[in-house]
Design a protein around this ligand. Structure first.
Ligand SMILES: N[C@@H](CCC(=O)N[C@@H](CS)C(=O)NCC(=O)O)C(=O)O
Length: 226
């Protein structure tokens, strides 16, 4: 049985990606949750991670004795292990696009990632409005994402046709756009709706909503009492 180590569903955007892929394609796996510490200084999260993998970051996948870390490497490994499912699109051109946009997400969009941390439970529209007004680099990141989304083959569908790893990579972005109510086009909102209605995304979001763990250092914009 595959074993996937992840952190809090409310906050852990990197964990969300391979988890969604496993769920969406109904690949059986055992989930191991390692909660972030309330304060970074506590150090228990890091210590637990270090006992699992030297890279000390989630997600980590174990397939018996095989260890895979890093969300993109995990998804590539799953695609290789389950060639019967289209984890990457079957069509060569769409597969190339899916790989490219996943890699682009993996290594880019720094401003969006830094300023708008994933926080599924939170409603930060006012914060989003301020960030949007003040940060041209954030607006550039969002513009590029919107361009990628607009190029999907069917406006009612997913990024490269059927749901694939590429969508799992952009799922945390969907959550960020929602939390910070960033002003995106009708076409982008349509993609966000398709994603939010996907059963795997819904399952993750439902779990995030009831998780009930507060992590101070991941809450830049609100205090616990709010
Ligand atoms: N590039 C890595 C990033 C993993 C990552 O940064 N994970 C975060 C959680 S979302 C983490 O484990 N942070 C713990 C830390 O930095 O102490 C991936 O794609 O898996």
């Amino acid at each position: 049985m595959l074993e996937l180590y992840i952190a809090n569903k409310n906050y852990s955007s990197w964990s969300m990606r391979p988890w969604l892929v496993l769920k969406a394609f109904e690949i059986p796996f055992q989930e191991h949750m390692i909660y972030f510490d309330r304060e970074r200084s506590i150090g228990a999260f890091k210590q637990k991670l270090l006992s699992i993998s030297d890279n000390a970051k989630v997600p980590i996948l174990y397939d018996q004795e095989v260890k895979v870390w890093d969300s993109l490497a995990i998804c590539e490994y799953l695609a290789e292990q389950y060639p019967e499912y289209a984890l990457w699109p079957k069509d060569k051109a769409q597969r190339a696009r899916a790989r490219s946009i996943s890699a682009e997400m993996h290594s880019g969009f720094t401003q969006l990632r830094t300023l708008c941390g994933m926080n599924i439970r939170a409603h930060l529209a006012e914060v989003g409005q301020r960030l949007w007004a003040e940060n041209s680099e954030l607006r550039q990141d969002v513009a590029r994402i919107e361009q990628i989304w607009a190029e999907r083959p069917d406006l009612d569908g997913f990024l490269c046709g059927a749901f694939s790893i590429a969508d799992a990579f952009y799922a945390p972005v969907v959550m960020r756009f929602k939390t910070y109510a960033l002003p995106v086009s009708a076409s982008s909102q349509r993609y966000m709706q398709s994603m939010l209605q996907h059963p795997a995304v819904q399952a993750w979001v439902e779990a995030a909503m009831v998780e009930g763990r507060w992590v101070n250092y991941l809450e830049a914009y609100q205090t616990e009492a709010e």
